[in-house]
Design a protein around this ligand. Structure first.
Ligand code: NAP
Length: 338
């Protein structure tokens, strides 16, 4: 592949940014020029292809020099730059939540809905890292048997909340190992200590008591599957796992199935590794830095006809963010859009 693309990464010094750089390198994405950006609050360099690059504060003029920009920083930064740059002809892949539900912006997981990518849409959003696992794993079953209702409990890793959240867990663990108790840190990302703990809160709550994360799961999955009437309820839980989101799912279909038929569909679902042996279920630790989504423990729910249960795991920093964005970029190159 010719090295023809000038790439900018906004948020290169973050958790997703770091993985994005590794993946661009590892997957030999055809990068010609590379420019990293961060908040500019403190000088920070990132290494790309063995060379150190100092991160800069983003400006429209500096970003416009790129052919392709990965936005992996904050909603505000994406809001400030992404639409304007896309209108100026730059391809923008945005991992923030700012444009995911914007009707003019495709929300894309390539193996689920790559057909949404069109030359006229230079801004493409990647979905929330939690629902990615369900969107990929259940896509084949949804197409064949039509999922009408979905109930999900999520077990979300701390890295889903960025590097300051990772630091909170590390600091709490260090304190515990030295002093034998989990501290109530003054400066912390989460509402509670997370070491040896968990809590049913990811983001704030709306007036109905639904968390921001739970609302994202519902709205984004409906958009990704083009299924606005899909019924979804979820409980999002933060757990003391460094990396890898797990989902416990109950899904009810319109059409009847047999477990053998579900197994056959899961085995062929693009982007999914399915474990049919109940003892070989995936875990977040085993999913770290692996591509795609993993699922196991398929069974009939036993409480309602046409309802089955599944356990799903994916690396939130890989398929949940950086890898999905790189795969979108690879799709653009492969289809000569970029
Ligand atoms: N973590 C996940 O699992 C995950 C999954 C899906 C999507 N996302 C989304 O991906 C984005 C990045 O998440 P993350 O977990 O990587 O966060 P993070 O670890 O906190 O990193 C944030 C990055 O954004 C940069 N940044 C902050 N303010 C900025 C500004 N005003 N201008 C330019 N850069 C700025 C930071 O730079 P400094 O180093 O200078 O602070 C850092 O490089 C977020 O939009 C998040 O919602 C994250």
């Amino acid at each position: 592949m010719p090295e023809k693309i000038n790439v900018a990464v906004v948020g290169a010094s973050g958790m997703v940014g770091g993985e994005l750089l590794n993946l661009l390198e590892k997957r030999r994405f055809p990068v010609r020029g590379f420019i990293p950006f961060n908040s500019g609050r403190k000088p920070e360099a990132v290494t790309f292809r063995g060379k150190k690059h100092l991160c800069r504060k983003p400006s429209f003029a500096a970003l416009k020099k790129a052919d392709l920009i990965f936005f992996v920083s904050t909603d505000d930064v994406s809001e400030r730059f992404a639409k304007k740059l896309a209108a100026a002809g730059v391809w923008c892949i945005d991992d923030s939540s700012r444009f995911r539900l914007d009707r003019t912006v495709p929300l894309v997981i390539p193996e689920v809905n790559a057909s949404e990518i069109k030359p006229g849409h230079r801004l493409i959003a990647g979905p929330n890292c939690t629902l990615t696992g369900a969107a990929v794993a259940l896509c084949g079953i949804h197409k064949r048997f039509r999922i009408e209702e979905l109930r999900v409990s999520t077990y979300q890793a701390v890295s889903g909340a960025g590097k300051s959240a990772m630091r909170q867990l590390e600091a709490e663990l260090e304190h515990y190992l030295k002093r034998g108790r989990v501290p109530e840190l003054k400066k912390r990302k989460f509402p509670h200590p997370i070491a040896f703990n968990l809590f049913p809160q990811v983001g704030g709550f709306d007036r109905n008591g639904v968390s921001i994360e739970e609302n994202k799961v519902r709205a984004e999955l409906r958009k990704l599957w083009s299924s606005p009437k899909l019924k979804i309820s979820s409980t999002a839980v933060r757990v003391p796992v460094l990396r890898g989101h797990s989902l416990s799912v109950w899904a009810k279909t319109r059409r009847p199935w047999t477990l053998a038929a579900l197994r056959a569909v899961l085995a062929k679902t693009p982007g999914l590794e399915f474990f049919s042996d109940p003892y070989k279920y995936p875990t977040p630790l085993a999913a770290v830095k692996t591509s795609g989504v993993k699922a196991g423990r398929l069974r009939a729910s036993g409480t309602s006809p046409r309802e089955f249960q599944l356990w799903i795991v994916s690396d939130n920093l890989y398929k949940g963010a950086a890898l999905n964005s790189v795969e979108i970029a690879e799709y653009l190159v492969k289809n000569e859009l970029l």
